[in-house]
Each structure stands twice: as C-alpha cells, then as structure tokens.
Design a protein around this ligand. Structure first.
Ligand code: PHE
Length: 511
C-alpha cells in the first residue's frame, strides 16, 4: 500500500524515523534548518496518514536575567574584586579603599566581599581599629557556582528537569542572588505511530509537484493530489508588457501638480496662432529675425487668422509705432496689420499667456491671476540629439499689483525646488517682451553643473498696457522647455528618445 506525500514531508519523516525516538519539535526544526510552522505542517500530513503525531508537554526552564547575563560576560562581583587585588598585587587593603578602587556600586561591592569570604578567599579583621581584608589563599580556582553559570553560555534556556542534585544547589544560590528567571513553556514532542515505525520506506511516494492549479483541478478536487511548489517571492515576476503612461506625460502631470499646489490654474491656447499673438502683442518688431521663415513655420492654409477687436489691434499698432500710452517711444516704424494676420505654428507658449492678458482685459478681471500652460510649440530647427522642431514648453504668469523681481525669484525658487532642484541662480538675460529679463539656471547634482533652464522676467509696459494692465499691476512671467528637464529626469542622452520611443526603455518605466 503506497502513501503519497510531499517530497519535503518524506524527507522530514525519514529523519524522524532514523532518530528512532521522540523529538522536541523546536529542536528538530532548528536542526533541519526549517521553520517551526513548516515542520508542524509536515507533522500534520503524517497525522493525516496515521504515520505520526505530537503531544504537548509543559516544561519549566530557567534562564539568566539581565544582571545574570552581565555577570556571565564580566564575571561575578567576587571574581572582579579578587582579580583586581591580584593584578594590583594587593594582599591586604582597607575595605573602603577597595570599594573606591573597584568603582563598583556599594551594594554590589558588599555582595562581592561577602562571597569572597564565603569562598574563603579572604579574611576580614578589625584588629587595628580599621576594617581591613586579607588574602588567605594564593589560588582562586573557578567555583562551582561559576562553573554552573557558564552552562548558560551554550544554552540560554536550561530545562529544569535535566538538572542534577548538585546543579540544583547552584541554581538555588543563583536564585537567592536574584540572577535567574523562571519560564513555563508548552513544548511539542513529535513521535511516530506504530505504522510510522514499521512502514516500508519504499511505500512512500512523492506527490507530483505543480506550480499552477487549473479550474478543473479545483472543481474536481484533484488539486489535493499534488504538491504545490512554494513561491519564491523574492524572485522577479514575468515582465508585463501592458500599456502604461508615457514617461513624458508622467513628468507633465508632475509639473502640473506643482503649479496647482502653488495656486495656479491651467490654460491652453491654439497651436496654430496668429503672428499677432505670437509676436506683435509681445512687442516683437515686424522685422525681428525670430519671425523669419528659418525660425518660424508659417502656414498656407489657413493663411490668415482673426485678430481681436479693432481697438486692441490699434493699441498694439500704436505701441509699435510710438509707444501708445505705455510712455515708450515704440519702434518708430509703420506697423502692418496684414503681417500680424499671418498664421504660424506657435513658437512659444508665451502666445497663450498673452491671450490670457487679452481675456483679462475683455472680462475686466481683477488681479491676482496665476496661470500656467504646458503645451506644444514648433520651431524650424534642425533636429539633433539636443534639438527638436516640435517640443513642449512650460510657462507661467502672475498678474498682480506691486509684484517685483524678488517675487519672481521667490516663485522660481519655489517652483524648481518642488521639481527637485535645490539651488537656482538667475542672471540677466534678454527677451524683447520682458524688462528686466532673467535667465534661470539650476544646479544639477549628478553632473555637478549649472544648467540653463529658461527665461523669465516682468512683461514690459509695451506688452501689458494694450490690455489695460498698468502700473502698479505687473505681470511676472517665465517659460522653459520640458524635454530638457525630461532628459535629466530620465537620464536620456538623446532628446529624440522621448519621441522615437525606444521600446526597451519604455518597458523599464514604472507604472
Ligand atoms: N518665451 C521664452 C522662450 O521661448 C521664455 C520666456 C517666457 C521668457 C516668459 C521670458 C518670459 O524661450
């Protein structure tokens, strides 16, 4: 008659059988180097086939308490004192001097002295009127108590029932000296049944190991006839090639969170923009080189864009020609409305923040207004590992009364700190639409370098006055490219990777 058992259960069974006696479960588990629970589960399987069992026994154990452990390591106080006298060559000494030399706590010191006397290591005399002790022997061999104490070194828990009469005397001394604790425990004893002791080992068959249970096995109950392979939860699982959010979108969402946490609202604007909003409203003269075809994509279809209300177009026209009401001299040329109507692929998201200024005028909004825009822009650039013709900008503006460059620096510091850059510096820069203008650089720890992040500044009166935003209300603005940050963030050396989408890299991204 064969019995099917798990491989591990058979192995454990063989060990028990070979030992041919009752075994303490906790000791067997330690010997086999398996978990106690695993052993007891195996015993359970043995019980299921009437091969073995276990019984419980109450046991009394003793162990050293904290003070006892200390003496086990350092020696009993009497041993410390005698060693001190021997190494210092002291044959007789005033009690009070020894106390001082020993640096022991007074109570412990006297325990030591009294035990030295008990051990007949010293004698005490007050003959000279002073309390003195004398060595009475030359050798001070290990005492029975010390020998007994050492037994706890190998075995911190000693079974009371295993102690002999002489041991009990020593245990009693330790007990009186308050150096031990008593513990009551239930211990399990594993044994084999008659069947377990006599069954032929060849009758035991290993259950087939499987790593998967099918629905059929569950419904028919046959899963019980298999040994389930244990899982190693430390091993990596199979690669899941499921869809996930693109790293760039993840980063955008994180930046969005930062702006939102700082009280900003998101705005969006058209990708196909009028030259008016992209350049003219930003006080960029119509012959500005950035407007050239080499830098800007112009569209044939639609060829022209709608401009805002005539009076606003006029305000911008006058600002260019003579400064309008901004107290500027303007550029002093004849502004052409037809040029402003041209359609372009937005070259920066600043066009979108200008649209927010226009809206501010139209709605008669009140400051403060804090908005941001994370969106696509286009420039006629040659694409290489650090340039893209189509990329993303992150832009923010604050419209408020009496805001200054210090507020802008504060905002930028806060923003970049939240992005994980702790150190930022600003240096003078130039943009046709801000005055003063600043460039922002952040310290990138991993490279140990300052990296240029983007531009910022306070919009010039020539930009804000046409929209009724006048001193002391001012507009703080900043903008930068997203993909540069993404390169740092994801450690990519080629900016194109963000769009070419190397599949291996994308698969490594977390969910
Ligand atoms: N528009 C600028 C750029 O594209 C950045 C900028 C935004 C500068 C706002 C100043 C103020 O680089």
């Amino acid at each position: 008659m064969t019995i099917n058992l798990k491989k591990q259960v058979i192995n454990i069974f063989k060990v028990i059988r070979k030992k041919d006696k009752e075994l303490i479960a906790s000791e067997l588990a330690k010997e086999l180097n398996i978990d106690y629970i695993v052993l007891m589960a195996a015993v359970n399987d043995l019980i299921g086939h009437n091969l073995g069992g276990f019984k419980e026994e109450e046991i009394n154990q003793v162990s050293l308490n904290e003070e006892g452990i200390k003496y086990l390591k350092e020696g009993l106080p009497e041993r410390k004192l005698i060693t001190l006298m021997l190494t210092a060559g002291i044959k007789e000494i005033l009690i009070k001097d020894l106390l001082e030399k020993s640096k022991l706590n007074t109570q412990i010191f006297y325990v030591g002295v009294s035990n030295m006397k008990k051990n007949r290591w010293i004698a005490q005399s007050k003959a000279t009127g002073e309390n003195k002790i004398f060595l009475t022997a030359e050798e001070f061999a290990e005492t029975d108590l010390e020998q007994f104490l050492k037994r706890f070194e190998e075995n911190p828990f000693i079974d009371y029932s295993t102690l002999k009469k002489d041991d009990l005397i020593q245990l009693d001394i330790l007990n009186k000296r308050k150096l031990i604790s008593k513990i009551r425990k239930t211990q399990r004893i594993i044994y084999l049944t008659k069947k377990g002791k006599t069954i032929k080992l060849s009758d035991l068959k290993e259950l087939k190991q499987i790593s998967k249970i099918t629905p059929e096995m569950l419904s028919t109950g046959t899963w019980k006839n298999y040994d389930l392979k244990p899982f190693d939860v430390t091993k990596p699982g199979p690669l899941l090639k499921a869809g996930k959010i693109h790293p760039l979108i993840n980063l955008i969402n994180e930046i969005r969170e930062i702006f939102l946490s700082m009280g900003f609202t998101e705005i969006r604007g058209p990708i196909i923009e009028s030259a008016f909003y992209n350049f003219d409203a930003l006080f960029q003269p119509q012959d500005h080189p950035a407007r050239e075809m080499q830098d800007t994509f112009y569209l044939n279809n639609p060829k022209v864009a709608k401009l805002p209300n005539k009076d606003r177009v006029l305000a911008v026209k006058e600002t260019h020609e003579n400064g309008g009401d901004s107290k500027s001299l303007g550029w002093g040329y004849k502004w052409d409305e037809e040029i402003a109507k041209n359609t372009v692929m937005r070259t920066h998201t600043t066009a979108t923040t200008i649209r927010r200024l226009a809206q501010f005028y139209e709605n008669n909004d009140k400051p403060p207004v804090k908005v941001f825009c994370i969106d696509r822009v286009f420039r006629n650039e040659k694409v290489d590992k650090s340039h893209l013709a189509e990329f993303t900008q992150i832009e923010g503006i604050v419209i408020d009364e009496n805001v200054t460059l210090c507020d802008l620096i504060g905002l930028l510091s806060e923003f970049y700190k939240k992005m994980g850059f702790k150190k930022i510096i600003t240096r003078p820069g130039f943009f046709p639409y801000t005055e003063p203008s600043m460039e922002v650089a952040v310290y990138y720890d991993e490279l140990g370098e300052w990296l240029e992040m983007g531009g910022s500044g306070i919009f010039r009166p020539e930009v804000t006055y046409p929209w009724g935003i006048k001193n002391p209300t001012r507009v703080l603005a900043w903008g930068q490219g997203l993909e540069r940050i993404a390169m740092l963030y994801y450690g990519r050396k080629d900016i194109r990777d963000l769009y070419v989408n190397p599949i291996k890299w994308l698969r490594q991204q977390s969910y």
